[in-house]
Ligand binder design. Sequence first.
Ligand SMILES: NC(=O)C1=CN([C@@H]2O[C@H](COP(=O)(O)OP(=O)(O)OC[C@H]3O[C@@H](n4cnc5c(N)ncnc54)[C@H](OP(=O)(O)O)[C@@H]3O)[C@@H](O)[C@H]2O)[C@@H](O)CC1
Ligand SMILES: [K+]
Length: 496
Amino acid sequence: MMHLLTASQTRQADQYTIQQRKISADDLMEDAVNAFCRTFIATFPDKHQFISVYCGTGNNGGDGLAIARLLVREGYQQVTVKIAPFNRSRAEGFRLNLGRVESLRIPVTELSADGFPDESQATVLIDALLGSGLNKPLTGSWQLLVRHLNNSGRPIVSVDIPTGFPAEGPVGDPEDFIHATLVITFQLPKINFFFPESEKAIAEFKVVDIGLDPEFISGQQSGFTLVTDAAVRTLLQPRRPFSHKGTYGHTLIIAGKSETMGAALLCSEASLFTGAGLTTAFVPRDGLTALNVRSPEVIAIIRIAGSPLPKIDKYTAILAGPGFGTDQEAIAIIRQLIDARPGKLVLDADALTILSKDPQLLDKLPAETILTPHMKEFDRLFGAHEHWWARVQTARKYASLKRLVIVLKNRYTFIILPDGQVMINPTGSPAMATGGMGDVLAGMAVSLLAQGYAAGETAMLATYIHGLCGAQYEGMVCPAAELVKLIPAKMKALIH
Ligand SMILES: NC(=O)C1=CN([C@@H]2O[C@H](COP(=O)(O)OP(=O)(O)OC[C@H]3O[C@@H](n4cnc5c(N)ncnc54)[C@H](OP(=O)(O)O)[C@@H]3O)[C@@H](O)[C@H]2O)[C@@H](O)CC1
Ligand SMILES: [K+]
């Protein structure tokens, strides 16, 4: 797992690395700007293009000055520097690098809020105004400058983080941070890069290694980690040579109505394709033909009006909710299910809506129940939120209070564990923004639970593999039923 750091932990990692490696802050800055320039040059190789480097007077501005110098050394012929002198303080990294830029006779202009330069000739703007030192929203001249640059229509490459965009915590008005085409960020992605509010600030980000101490980083607890391929590969187990269907558990899927049978089909199929030994679906009588034709491997239990919940003892893990409806019969079955205290449970979709109308049910959930809400389902359960930072904090509070695993679905899904820690899933694609995707994820989760993975592990594996399958459709659209077919091969690739 990759430990993500807050801005203040990043500063501590900088300090620690400087002491540990017995280097100066200037050396570390040189490493950082060299790493930046390697990526920048690969992306913008034309040496004749007009590059305007906007620098603040902190260390982010120091980086900008050093970048201007390195680009000129690399043969870029049209590099100019613009300095925003709106703060009194001047960091050492800024002063040192200003002297070097001046001695190379790179053109430097000091900005004034009375009128900012016309950048219509520039090919690319480099934003080194403010970095992780941001400690309040932008105002005054800073605000005007950021809006001017955003309105220039020129591509903007931000150094470390878009100016005005906080590394963590609530994000302010999108008018008040740089809208970067590309962010080249140092060492680790910042926590807020994974929040939906980053959409305007960051079209794309690339992470460059600047040599911060890895042991120091992994000793830090920001509450946020990023799921890595290596962690998934370590966790995912191959099927055993002398195994049989009983080895891999039996799932019970409580889903579907006449008009939403597709949801039951998708999650049952996902349970099969993810490897559960047996899958049983508790479905309406008029869905039986569809189930038998589509998935002959799935065992059916017919649900008619007033049917009680099947005896749950023989099932290793249970999923309830996809396409299940929220009528009185559905409510009665969800109540029976929770009262029966199943050992391993996934609740999705309509089951979450039923919970949100009956908070007592929420209180009765067994520990380690996995809830898989999207944003609206989450807010129905736990109250409306103005921004995602607050939503994730609420998820952390309730996951700890009620010992739940909350899979808060999003472009980068947040997995909140019973100890309040947040794992962020990096896989996925806009190709997956289609109906039925959630049903597939829920089916994958119940299957992995039945196979013996712990609830947190299940959430991590299911979201990662689900996203990996969807990413295969990058640039296209991925229908949920097509994604299901990719699951076995993706799991094989992760195991071998
Ligand atoms: N440390 C290292 O070794 C390395 C660091 N590196 C680089 O350093 C960057 C961090 O540098 P930094 O800490 O100097 O902060 P930076 O972002 O330049 O700004 C500081 C100034 O902003 C001001 N300020 C804050 N909020 C404001 C607002 N809303 N509106 C206006 N002003 C505001 C604040 O003023 P204050 O409020 O404190 O008076 C202060 O003067 C980091 O992103 C990376 O690029 C790399 O080179 C790797 C090695
Ligand atoms: K910046």
